[in-house]
Design a binder for this molecule. Structure first.
Ligand SMILES: C[S@@+](CC[C@H](N)C(=O)[O-])C[C@H]1O[C@@H](n2cnc3c(N)ncnc32)[C@H](O)[C@@H]1O
Length: 277
């Protein structure tokens, strides 16, 4: 795997315009490391018959295959109500791969109501489970009133590996405001798996990071750790600090948390936990 794919998995952008909807929907070998993905782009990927479930959610197989249990364990440690019973859980952007299938099983076992919010194309690839799943097709936060009308407030909101797309397409503060509004008193929201370019640079500027890069790329090249230039579309420490302050201004507590070290991108991604008293 090339160092460019390392970059792309952290929210990279196509330089050659290859992310046309037609290409995403019909391409046999979509170069997931080098595509721009948007809500519409994901709808196209979801329809592509040549892709695996992980590829339809934008991940090369090696980034997700076999990691689902570890990811769900880390999520549950931050959202302990998942391990209780009878809660209302909203998953924003569940996609159609292993993670939502495991979450559906957990909710069935624990009598939770699970509200799945994504495009119709993604949602139709997930099972309908009586008295458990509620599917609401649309893009968040635009769809927030419909969620509120259908399910009221949520004890738990999960939005995993989605925020970097919202950040490029919409207003991140409207997103945070809408999450806090949707959360019931005592509830928790996890905006998880956020690529942080500042954290990435800190890691790759370290001796451990340089070694990781060389092993990963099987080259003797140095990682790119330039910092003194604009990075349009990338999330950095400043963005995350701003999100924390925005959630706090709306009356919730907010914390930036590391991912468990056995997660595939723990060295360059972080989770934002929002807690309502
Ligand atoms: C990288 S996938 C992550 C899927 C899943 N959360 C996981 O971690 O396995 C991103 C998902 O978010 C969805 N998505 C992107 N923007 C969204 C938005 N504004 N509202 C709801 N879903 C969105 C995409 O359709 C896609 O299914």
């Amino acid at each position: 795997m090339s160092s460019s794919s390392l970059n792309a998995a952290d929210g990279g952008h196509s330089k050659d315009g290859s992310s046309s909807l037609e290409y995403l929907q019909t391409g046999r070998d979509v170069d997931l490391a080098n595509v721009d993905l948007t809500f519409e782009g994901f709808r196209a990927l979801a329809r592509n018959p040549h892709l695996t479930a992980n590829e339809r959610i934008g991940f090369p197989e090696t980034y997700r295959n076999g990691f689902e249990e570890a990811i769900l364990r880390d999520i549950s440690a931050k959202l302990p109500a998942l391990l209780g019973t009878g809660a209302t859980i909203v998953d924003i952007g569940p996609g159609c791969a292993g993670l939502p299938h495991r979450l559906i099983d957990l909710c069935r076992e624990r009598n939770h109501r699970l509200v799945l919010v994504d495009s119709a194309e993604m949602l139709e690839q997930l099972p309908d489970v009586a008295d458990v799943t509620v599917k609401i097709a649309g893009s968040f936060p635009a769809i927030r009133d419909s969620i509120r009308d259908q399910v009221g407030q949520a004890d738990v909101i999960l939005c995993y590996s989605v925020f970097h797309y919202v950040f490029v397409e919409g207003n991140p503060f409207t997103f945070i405001d809408s999450i806090v509004e949707l959360l019931a008193d005592g509830g928790r929201a996890l905006i998880g798996d956020i690529p942080n370019i500042s954290k990435r640079r800190r890691f790759f500027a370290s001796e451990t990071g340089r070694r990781f890069h060389k092993d990963f790329t099987r080259t003797d090249t140095e990682p790119d750790v330039r910092y003194n230039e604009p990075n349009p579309g990338k999330i950095d420490d400043a963005v995350l600090t701003g999100l924390i302050q925005r959630a706090q201004a709306a009356g919730a507590d907010a914390y930036l948390m590391p991912q468990a070290p056995d997660l595939p991108m723990a060295n360059r991604r972080e989770d934002l936990l929002i807690i309502k008293a």
